[in-house]
Design a binder for this molecule. Structure first.
Ligand code: MN
Length: 193
């Protein structure tokens, strides 16, 4: 198998009560494994089998894009959390957020709104363009801002499987709680300016 699921840098219960061990077990343990298994099956014996995952995402459509992007998006999502990481942005990223959104709180509020207003399944993203300017975008289903030439920095999963066991239909509450476990040191490293 070409692609494998990386081991999380925390234990299943470390993100409680924001995300329960049961949710991580199903979400990362089972949903993510299925995307990776499908991805490996779809690239086997094709022109995609020696490509990096990001290249597959940029160069595919349909079922292959959906599974490749979902495989990548979930790793990006789960690896931005930590029970003990930096709880607010700093450095150049904080400066850019404040310059574009007014304050970190205002940015969070806009980001949550984008997540709440996305109809159906998908992702809400913070990305940077080539000049370092930030933007919040919604991606339906497996949507990924790399398709539009943007560099992803932060993502919240708004598929129901991400929150239904812990929050049932309360998507807005789930989105607000996620800030408690975002490790901003990871987001700053991704921004990298
Ligand atoms: Mn998901």
């Amino acid at each position: 198998m070409k692609f494998t699921k990386p081991r999380l840098p925390y234990s299943l219960s470390d993100l409680e009560p924001v995300i329960s061990a049961t949710t991580i077990d199903f979400h990362y343990g089972k949903h993510e494994q299925a995307y990776i298994d499908n991805l490996n099956r779809l690239i086997d014996g094709t022109e995609y089998q020696d490509m990096a995952l990001e290249a597959i995402i940029r160069n595919s459509e349909g079922a292959l894009f959906n599974n490749a992007s979902q495989a990548w998006n979930h790793i990006f999502y789960f690896f931005q959390f930590s029970p003990s990481g930096f709880k607010g942005p700093g450095g150049k990223l904080a400066e850019q957020i404040i310059s574009q959104f007014g304050s970190v709180e205002e940015f969070k509020s806009k980001f949550e709104e984008a997540g709440v207003s996305l109809f159906g399944s998908g992702w809400v993203w913070l990305s940077a363009d080539e000049s370092g300017k930030l933007c919040i975008t919604q991606g339906g289903n497996a949507g990924n801002p790399m398709k539009e030439g943007l560099r992803p920095l932060l993502v919240f999963d708004v598929w129901e499987h991400a929150y239904y066991l812990d929050y049932q239909n309360r998507r807005a509450e789930y989105l607000k709680k996620l800030w408690d476990i975002v490790d901003w040191e990871v987001i700053e490293e991704r921004y990298g300016l």
